[in-house]
Design a protein around this ligand. Sequence first.
Ligand code: DGT
Ligand code: CA
Ligand code: CA
Ligand code: ZN
Length: 583
Amino acid sequence: MDKEQVAEILSEIGVLLELKGENPFKTRAYQNAARALEGLSEPLEKVVAEGRLGGIKGVGEALREKITTLVTTGRLPYYEELRASIPPGLVEMLNLPGVGPKKVKALWERLGITSVEQLELACREGKVATLDGFGEKTQTKILEGIQFRRQYAARHLLSDALSVAEPILENLRGHPDVIRCSTAGSVRRFKEVIGDVDFLVSSRAPATVIDYFTGQEGVLSVSAKGDTKASVILAGGIQADLRVVSDAEYPFALAYFTGSKEHNIVMRQRAIQRGLRLNEYGLFRSSEETRDPTLRVPCHTEEEIFAALGLAYIPPELREDKGEIAAAEEGPLPRLVEWTDLKGSLHNHSNWSDGRHSLEEIAGHMRDLGLSYWAITDHSRASFQANGLTAERVREQIGAIRRVNEACAEEGSDFRLLPGIEVDILRDGLDLPDDLLAELDVVVASLHVAGGDEADNTRRLIRAAEHPLVHILGHLTGRLLLQREPYRVNQTAVIDACAETGTWIELNCNPRRFDLDWRLWHYARSKGVKCVINPDAHRHEHVGFLRLGAGVARKGGLTKGDVVNTLPLEQLRKELARKRAGR
Ligand code: DGT
Ligand code: CA
Ligand code: CA
Ligand code: ZN
């Protein structure tokens, strides 16, 4: 068992113990140990084999034994017994907002509730409100949480959809009976949250392709199978639809099934105004609905369809009926940013706060990937749960970063780490003093604990934007897609303040955030506000979020010039100095 698996089990033990009402010090010890293991920079097996577990901070005698058992045998009877003693529904209840272990324990002991379904019923019957420590307000909140979850049960993160869709697309591409293929629908449009995944294929042998699609590895069940289409359920419960068409129909079907529905409706109207008919089978010289191939306007690509309707090509990300058609009437659309334009990132964490890797490891990894710079912006002290840094630790870290950069320079590399901070926006200002912020290359200011009041949150964010030492506002609304609603914020007012003060706004490209939302980037761009596409990386794998972030930035209509982290390091430094110099 590797350290991730062991850490996961330890942290689950902590939760289970809490549900049993164990002493909080004991439960916290498991959480701390899990964190410590995750942060290990060498293989856990090695540490165990060499008897060095005791040297890890937070790992006492009892934990040492349990970790050793897990690593050497892959099992832990203590954990298995503990798990068996607690109904599995309780752990699921913990995912509801405002429901912690104490509450779950009370619901279990006093009302015998062991599942989310039973909890919903008890709320509806008003029983939950009568419990000590609950009340009407809590009951309503729990009920809303349950409904929220249900509403989103059939929705998935784009990143989850892409990770199942991309290998399937690769396989289709390699299939001998497939002429052309693509994803379509919301996945191709890069929506942050998707319902189902759509594939389109052109082929002369649809039946073979459909058999292949429904029979492929990873299909949990086949919900529909016909001559030209099929629907399946994939791992993770994601539904996928496939259409197979002739190659002559392919570009029209691709445009149609890419959508969005709203975009399609306007395109169809436009065709009608020109005495044509547009549908999934073609663009036809006809004044009524038809699919007669002899009437079809020949188009080999989507570009040619747009051209036939007097429009420049519209990239899929923009097809949301948000003004793209009017813009394409005027001429070619601006070239949107590409992920390969990105040269680095300005918001990331290291193991100095809650990230996984050391400064050296991060520098080595990002340099090997060919990036030019990587800001280290660990949390500030108010984020104590994330091991936020005090002013003293920040100064120490600046020195450590300087040494890593010197080593890079000695090896002849131009790659640099940039010292920075993700400073908490508190009720009455920033969490660290100005003289310290002034020593840092990059200052990201983020709201981590919002108030309930829109005016108050907005005021705090605007004040942060007005602060001369703040370069970037981080994840503006704090939303967690399919999980947590955004803070109440007047986003356009904050964007206006950023425009006024020359403050940049982050497009946090963690796939659960994508915050600021793409819908607002059109406005921000019109105000001249610059974007920074930031993965908010806590470990190496998160660098992959940059590709997703660029897709979402495209959806927001952003070009290379709108995105600060497309700049080479020297130019970036100039831009970072601009606001501070009051220019
Ligand atoms: P999703 O799956 O909910 O994330 O969103 P989409 O956009 O992928 O929707 P989906 O899978 O139901 O259909 C794929 C595309 O097919 C959709 O974007 C546009 C097209 N389409 C589906 N139904 C209609 C319709 O009733 N009218 C028009 N004009 N287009 C449609
Ligand atoms: Ca879809
Ligand atoms: Ca679909
Ligand atoms: Zn962060």
